[in-house]
Design a protein around this ligand. Structure first.
Ligand SMILES: [Zn+2]
Length: 613
C-alpha cells in the first residue's frame, strides 16, 4: 500500500513519554523494581488481610495504595509494549518485547494475587464495616465490587486446578473454533476469476452494490459452514455444557449470572431492556420496508440488509476530519474539544496508514497517571471520520477521568462506550447538517440506522438465542438441527415478514465468536448503545443543563457502579421508559430516512419504488 496516497501520512504517535525504544534499559529497571516491590508487598501483607477480626482500615488502605502504585507502573510497561507492537506488528523486536513483558506481568501479578483472595476471605461482618469506613471511602466501590465474586470463588487449590485444566478443556475448544474459522476458504468467482476468500472477506461482500454478488456470497458462506457442521456443533455443545458445569460448581443461579456480576448489573434490568427491545422490532421492520423501496425490491432478503443506498460522501482529508470532529465536539462543550485537541497537539494519535501497522482502531487508556493513546487507519472515507469521533470519544473519557485513582478509573463493559458512541452522534449530526446532497444525507442516515440495528436489535436476538440454547441443553446433547432450529426461532420475531429468509441462514449462529469465547456478552452492546441513544435524546431535550452532568459522569470514571454514576442524570435501568427513550431516537432516525427517501423518489419522478438511488 502506498502511504503517500493518504492525507494522514506523518500523523504518528509519540511514545517517548512512556519509554524511549524497545531496548530502553528503563523497561527492565521498571520491571525489576516492580518485582522487588511485589515481593516486599507479599512479605508485608500476606496473612494480614484475612487476619482474625479483619485488618484495620489504615492497614487495608496502605495495602491498596501500594498495590495500586505497583499496578500503575506495570501499566506503563504493558502499555508501551502493546502500543509499540501495534505501531509495527512485523518487527520481531516488538513481538519479543510484548511477549517478555506479558510474561513478567503474569509473574508479578501472581505474587500479589493473594491480596484479593484474602479480601474475599474476610467474613461479611468484618468486611462491611471496612467498606463503610471513612478512611476507605475512596475505595468503597473497588472493595465492594471485588466481593461480589465471593459466593462464587472456590478454594485456592481448586481455582488453580481449574485454571490449569482450562487450557486443555474449554480454552482448547475455543482455539479449535478460532483455528477452524480463520482457516476456512470460501470459493468465490468474481470478475471472471476464481478466488478463495476468508471469512471476513466473504462477510464484507454483504455491503456490495451488486445484488447477485451479495446473494452468491451469502450462499457460499453458509454452504462452507454447513460442511463443518459436526465440529462447529460439537464445539458449541461442549462449551455450553462446560458453562453449565462451572455454574453449578460456582453456585451461579442461572447461565447469565456470572456475566451480570462482571457487568455490575442485575438480571431484572437486563430482562426489562430486552423486553423493550423486542417491543420495538416493528420499528426495524418498518425500516426494512423503506429500504426495500429504496432498492426497488418488493421485499428485502437477508443478503440485502447492508446493501448501500444513496451516494457516498466525498472523501475527507485527515485535516478535514480533524476539523469536523473538533467543531462537533466544540459545539457540545469546549471541555470536550479541548480534551480532543490534545490528542493532535500532543501526538497522542497514530492515524497514518502504513505497512505493518495494526488494522482497525482502538483507544488505550492505561492509567490516569498517563494520557490515553488513539490508533486508527485514516483512508478518508466516512467510516474513518466516524471512527475518529468514536476513538476520540474514548480518549476524552479517559482524559476527563484522570483525577481518579487507577482502581477507580476503568468502567465496566456496560458503560465503556458512553463517550465514544456519544462522540459519534455529535459528529453524525454535524455531517448531516452540513451535507447538502440529499443522496449523501440518505447514505449517512441509513448507515447510522443499520449500525444501531446491528448493535441493538441483532444483539438482542443473539442473547435470546443463547438463552434458548442454555435452556434446551439441560435436556441433553445438541444435534445441528436443534441448534439451527433455535437460531431461526430467535430471528423470526425481529425480521417478521419484512425480510425473506434463506435456506442457508439456519447456520447463521455457527461462526459468531461471542457464543464461543464470551457467552452472554452480546447484551452489553444493547445496553451500551441504548444508554447512549437515551442520553443523546436527553441532551437534545434538556439542552445546556445536560452538559455539566454528562461531563461529571465521564470525570467519575469507574469510581462507582454504573447505576450510582448515572442516577444524577435521572437514568433508571429498571424503568422501561428509560430504554424506550433510546428507541424513540431510533424511530426519529427512521422517520428522517423515510421522509428523505420520499423526497428523492419524487425528485426522480419515478414514484416511490425507484430503485437506483
Ligand atoms: Zn469503542
Amino acid at each position: 500500500m502506498n502511504t503517500q496516497t493518504y492525507s494522514a501520512t506523518g500523523v504518528r504517535w509519540d511514545l517517548s513519554d512512556l519509554f524511549r525504544s524497545h531496548d530502553d534499559p528503563a523497561i527492565a529497571e521498571t520491571l525489576d523494581g516492580c518485582r522487588g516491590r511485589a515481593e516486599r508487598f507479599a512479605e508485608r501483607y500476606r496473612g494480614t488481610i484475612r487476619a482474625p477480626g479483619g485488618p484495620t482500615p489504615e492497614h487495608l488502605l496502605a495495602a491498596i495504595r501500594e498495590l495500586e502504585a505497583l499496578q500503575a507502573d506495570l501499566e506503563r510497561a504493558g502499555a508501551f509494549a502493546g502500543l509499540l507492537y501495534a505501531s509495527d506488528t512485523t518487527r520481531p523486536e516488538h513481538r519479543d518485547l510484548r511477549e517478555r513483558i506479558e510474561q513478567r506481568l503474569t509473574e508479578i501479578g501472581n505474587l500479589v494475587l493473594f491480596f484479593e483472595l484474602e479480601w474475599l476471605d474476610v467474613p461479611d461482618e468484618h468486611a462491611q464495616p471496612l467498606i463503610d469506613h471513612p478512611v476507605l471511602a475512596g475505595y468503597r466501590h473497588f472493595l465492594r465490587q471485588a466481593r461480589r465474586m465471593r459466593p462464587h470463588t472456590l478454594s485456592e487449590p481448586e481455582e488453580r486446578l481449574l485454571n490449569e485444566r482450562d487450557n486443555t478443556g474449554p480454552r482448547a475448544f475455543g482455539r479449535l473454533f478460532t483455528e477452524l474459522t480463520s482457516n476456512l476458504g470460501f470459493p468465490f468467482r468474481r470478475n471472471g476469476k476464481d478466488e478463495r476468500l476468508t471469512l471476513s472477506e466473504i462477510l464484507a461482500l454483504s455491503h456490495e452494490p451488486d445484488r447477485s454478488v451479495r446473494r452468491a456470497a451469502h450462499e457460499t458462506l453458509f454452504e462452507v459452514l454447513e460442511k463443518h457442521a459436526l465440529v462447529l456443533t460439537f464445539v458449541y455443545d461442549t462449551l455450553v455444557q462446560d458453562h453449565l458445569t462451572i455454574d453449578r460448581l460456582r453456585r451461579f443461579p442461572h447461565p447469565m449470572a456470572s456475566r451480570h456480576v462482571a457487568n455490575e448489573i442485575d438480571a431484572e434490568a437486563v430482562e426489562r431492556m430486552l423486553a423493550v427491545t423486542e417491543r420495538n422490532y416493528g420499528e426495524a421492520q418498518r425500516y426494512f420496508r423503506v429500504k426495500a423501496r429504496l432498492l426497488g425490491l418488493p421485499r428485502l432478503a437477508l443478503y440485502d440488509l447492508y446493501a448501500p443506498v444513496g451516494a457516498e460522501m466525498s472523501r475527507s482529508t485527515f485535516e478535514a476530519a480533524r476539523g469536523t470532529v473538533l467543531s462537533a465536539f466544540d459545539a457540545f462543550s469546549p471541555v470536550f474539544s479541548a480534551a480532543a485537541r490534545r490528542f493532535f497537539e500532543g501526538r497522542w494519535i497514530d492515524a497514518e496508514v502504513r505497512p505493518g501497522k495494526q488494522n482497525g482502531a482502538f483507544c488505550a487508556s492505561p492509567s490516569p497517571a498517563l494520557h490515553p493513546y488513539v490508533l486508527c487507519n485514516h483512508t478518508g472515507n466516512l467510516r474513518d471520520v466516524m471512527t475518529l469521533a468514536h476513538e476520540l470519544g474514548h480518549g476524552v473519557h479517559g482524559w476527563l477521568a484522570r483525577a481518579q485513582t487507577l482502581f477507580n478509573y476503568d468502567t465496566p463493559l456496560t458503560t465503556a462506550e458512553t463517550a465514544s458512541v456519544f462522540g459519534e452522534f455529535l459528529v453524525f449530526d454535524r455531517l448531516l447538517a452540513t451535507e447538502s446532497d440529499p443522496r449523501v444525507q440518505l447514505a449517512l442516515l441509513c448507515g447510522k440506522i443499520e449500525d444501531a440495528f446491528a448493535t441493538v436489535f441483532r444483539q438482542a436476538v443473539l442473547t435470546r438465542f443463547e438463552q434458548a440454547v442454555f435452556a434446551r441443553r439441560r435436556e441433553g446433547r445438541f444435534t445441528s438441527e436443534s441448534v439451527c432450529g433455535l437460531w431461526l426461532d430467535a430471528n423470526r420475531p425481529y425480521y417478521g415478514d419484512a425480510v425473506e429468509f434463506t435456506d442457508g441462514y439456519r447456520w447463521g449462529w455457527s461462526y459468531i465468536p461471542h457464543f464461543i469465547h464470551s457467552r452472554f456478552y452480546c447484551y452489553s452492546y444493547v445496553f451500551g448503545e441504548l444508554l447512549v441513544l437515551s442520553l443523546y435524546r436527553q441532551y437534545k431535550e434538556e439542552g445546556a443543563s445536560f452538559i455539566p452532568k454528562y461531563i461529571a459522569l465521564l470525570e467519575a470514571g469507574g469510581s462507582n457502579s454504573p447505576e450510582a454514576l448515572l442516577a444524577p442524570l435521572g437514568v433508571d435501568f429498571h424503568d422501561p421508559a428509560f430504554w424506550q427513550k433510546g428507541f424513540d431516537e431510533i424511530r426519529a432516525l427512521v422517520d428522517r430516512a423515510e421522509a428523505l427517501a420520499e423526497v428523492l423518489a419524487s425528485q426522480a419522478g419515478n414514484g416511490p419504488s425507484r430503485g437506483a438511488l
